[in-house]
Design a protein around this ligand. Structure first.
Ligand code: SF4
Ligand code: SF4
Length: 234
């Protein structure tokens, strides 16, 4: 793979030549994170993504690769949130805290390797999940964000009594890097107010997310219950 040819498009997408014949494959993951990043830094960002992809691909085992990514991501999130909090004159504060879970009723996309890790822990009974919800969502074939807007369902790992995550240390990257500065009630999927949901810039986290998405076995990402089903049935 030719990371030298990776480039950032004017609308903030990273294109990396990873197709079988070196075609460019677009990724939208940096679109929002790049807002406000001066263009002169864009080549540097692309270079960082390329370096990380190469580093992840050098890791042979899928488990080690995804665990390394999770560790990297936690460190990057600390940097991003630290930078956001230190930013002078920022009127916004992060609203997210334990016991707040409106965001756990929507389509959560996870990578194949994350699903494999969760499925292996389910099989070893190291983690429990809401089987009734799992069967409902899988049975309905819930596959798109629209499916969850029309029928909001709790995540299969959400403890609906305490409104906390049962797999906090193992939660997927989508959940790890998601923070908002708006009122929590605006995160309610029924509020239909996704345009009022505002996230802080998470540039370091998005660099890693984009890199990992290009370094997984199949660039395969999908809704959590369906992805876990595929792994549980192997
Ligand atoms: S994203 Fe919204 S619902 Fe989720 S923890 Fe943050 S404020 Fe609460
Ligand atoms: S994995 Fe945890 S944080 Fe993510 S949606 Fe499910 S309950 Fe919420």
């Amino acid at each position: 793979m030719d990371f030298e040819r990776a480039r950032l498009t004017p609308d903030g997408q990273v294109e990396i030549p990873m197709g079988p014949n070196g075609e460019m494959i677009g990724s939208v993951h940096l679109k929002h994170a790049m807002d406000g990043v001066p263009p002169e830094y864009h080549p540097k960002v692309v270079q960082m993504i390329g370096n990380k992809i190469a580093q992840y691909l050098r890791i042979k085992g899928w488990k080690e690769r995804v665990e390394t990514f999770q560790k990297d991501l936690d460190a990057a999130i600390k940097v991003d949130l630290g930078q956001f909090r230190r930013r002078e004159n920022s009127p916004h504060k992060i609203s997210c805290q334990k016991g707040c879970s409106y965001c756990c009723y929507m389509n959560i996309a996870i990578f194949k390797e994350e699903a494999r890790l969760l499925a292996s822990k389910i099989k070893k009974k190291k983690i429990k999940f809401n089987r009734k919800e799992y069967e409902y969502q899988v049975g309905k074939g819930m596959n798109t964000p629209e499916d969850y807007w029309n029928d909001p369902r709790p995540c299969i790992f959400l403890d609906t009594k305490t409104r906390s995550c049962n797999i906090y240390d193992d939660r997927p990257a989508t959940c790890r890097k998601y923070f908002v500065v708006n009122k929590p009630s605006l995160c309610k999927i029924e509020a239909g107010s996704s345009d009022k949901v505002a996230s802080p810039p998470m540039i370091n986290s998005e660099i890693l997310y984009t890199a990992f998405s290009h370094a997984t076995e199949s660039v395969d990402c999908g809704p959590m219950p369906m992805m876990i089903k595929a792994e549980l049935e192997k």
